[in-house]
Design a protein around this ligand. Sequence first.
Ligand code: VGL
Ligand code: ZN
Length: 198
Amino acid sequence: MNQTSSIEPRPGDALIVVDVQKDFLPGGSLAVPHGDEVVPVLNRYMEIFRSRGLPVFATRDWHPPEHCSFTEQGGPWPPHCVAGSEGAAFADGLRLPAETVVVSKATTPDKDAYSGFQDTGLAQRLREAGVRRVFVGGLATDYCVLNTVRDALAEGFEVVLLEDAIRAVDVQPGDGERAVKEMLDAGAVPARIDAIAA
Ligand code: VGL
Ligand code: ZN
C-alpha cells in the first residue's frame, strides 16, 4: 500500500480544525503571519470529510476578559479571543459543516491551555465517535497545533499533520519549523491536500 492510500480519510478518522479565529488572522489582535492562508485549504479538507460522513471538530480559544495569558495580567500575549467577542469568532470564509463539534478551551481566568484536549473532554468525545486517527490543521503551528498534536498522540490517537493548513507565530524565528519537526518525530504523519484529494 502506498502512502497516499494509507492517509485517505476513512471511517475512524476525524478532522480537527484548530483555532481558526479572527484574532489569529492578519488584522486580528494576535495575528499569525499568513494565518488567513489556511482557510481555503481547510475548506477543502472539511468538504472531503463532510462528503465522506466523517466528523469535523473545531477548537476555539475562548478566554474570559481578564485571562492570565494577557499582558495586563502578566501573561505573554495581547488580549485575544475573548469569549463572545468578534475576534473570537471563526474566520469569515471558514465553511464549517453544520454538524461541526465546537470545542472551547482556556475558558477559565487562571489557566491557559494551548491544547484542544486540555480540560475539554475532547479525547472522550472522539472515542465516543469511534475515532482512532485525527487529521490536524489550523493555528498556530508552534502553540495550539503543536500542543493539540502532542496530546492526541499521548491519548493514543494516530495523527496526520496537515502541513499545508498550518501557520506559525514564530515569536523566535524557526519556532514553526521546530514544532513541525517535533510533531513528526513524535509520530505524526505529514500530508498535503494533493495526497488526499487526488
Ligand atoms: C494560541 C497563543 C495564545 C493558539 C492561543 O491558538 O495557537 N496562541 N493563545
Ligand atoms: Zn489564547
